[in-house]
Design a protein around this ligand. Structure first.
Ligand code: ASP
Length: 324
């Protein structure tokens, strides 16, 4: 008896088609449902449409709505695994949000496509087949939310979209894939060692993300002092350093008890309080800026949104970020 797998569709290129003018547009709900007959030899699949959205339209509220829908589907029926189809542009964000907030004993896999459903060499069907096989495999349990794409299995915290159009776009630059999908099976090479879980009800914190650039004008940030923001994430240079010109504005935000989380704009390595010049990491840390390792800017933002549902105390937030 094949394992039962639930597939929830949210939209994206996997559910789109290209027309004669090369415009790619959302299709009707049928696009992914058409793949269903190819899945049946691997699992007993139930497929439902949750959203029909291009992923640039997805917000943290949609991610939370998806979490609630998943929990209610799994209360109503028993499944061996869950697959979500999603647009690739923000796929890593939804994957990481669900990784932080879902507490499930079954495998959860998220996938999509770089080529639309009627394009030659469409990758949606094979990605969905690999995802259903991965979700139905008991070896996929306890590894957090997985991103399956182009025969590779990636951990939600580490994976990122690296190419605008190539089907091998999803990579985990620092750590590589945690597993691979072959014709004969699902193979894991290692398990993510650090896992976190947050119980949340909503995801409604207002957290902008700002990238540091050379010669940054503080005026680009000053308007944030007037905005109802709950936190700020900054992608800093290298080891975690910032242009001195923006420090007074950051200090004003800190004085208003707005937590500031710092990641690096490099996609490999750690942020550390090493450099002791104006704007250097050592001085930023002394001011109370929270250093976050292992996440890119968009994911650090989601973690801050989720963590803010538990506390807005800067010391407690610091512990949540710096323990990881
Ligand atoms: N723009 C599309 C989306 O994210 C890209 C994709 O799905 O591959 O919805």
């Amino acid at each position: 008896m094949p394992n039962k797998v639930l597939v929830l569709n949210t939209g994206g290129t996997i559910a789109m088609s290209v027309d004669a003018s090369e415009a790619v547009k959302p299709l009707d709900d049928q696009a992914v449902i058409n793949i269903l007959p190819f899945l049946e030899q691997y699992a007993d699949v139930t497929m439902k449409n949750v959203f029909q959205l291009p992923s640039p339209h997805i917000t943290p509220s949609h991610m939370n709505e998806l979490r609630i829908r998943i929990e209610s589907e799994l209360e109503q029926d028993r499944y061996a695994g869950l697959v979500i189809t999603h647009g690739t542009d923000t796929l890593e964000e939804t994957a990481y949000f669900l990784d932080l907030t879902l507490s499930l004993s079954i495998p959860v896999v998220i996938t999509g496509a770089m080529r639309s459903s009627n394009e030659l060499g469409a990758d949606g069907p094979v990605n969905l087949i690999s995802s259903v096989r991965t979700a139905a495999d008991p070896g996929s349990k306890g590894r957090g939310v997985l991103v399956v794409f182009n025969d590779e299995i990636h951990a939600a915290a580490h994976v990122t979209k690296t190419h605008t159009s190539n089907v091998a776009t999803f990579q985990s630059p620092e750590f590589g894939p945690i597993g691979t999908v072959s014709k004969k099976g699902i193979h894991y090479h290692y398990a993510p060692v650090k896992r976190e879980h947050y119980e949340i009800e909503t995801a409604d914190a207002n957290v902008p993300l700002v990238k540091a650039v050379a010669g940054m004008d503080p005026a680009w940030l000053q308007f944030l002092l007037e905005q109802p923001i709950d936190g700020l994430v900054v992608e800093a240079f290298g080891l975690g350093n910032l242009p001195p010109a923006i420090l007074p504005t950051l200090q004003q935000l800190l004085d208003k008890n707005i937590p500031i989380v710092l990641v690096s704009r490099c996609y490999n390595g750690q942020v550390q309080d090493i450099y002791d010049y104006e704007g250097g990491g050592r001085q930023l840390k002394k001011r109370g800026i929270i250093f976050c390792n292992g996440l890119n800017g968009p994911k650090a933002r989601l973690k801050l949104i989720v963590a803010l549902q538990q506390t807005n105390d800067v010391k407690k937030l610091q512990a949540l970020f710096e323990a990881m």
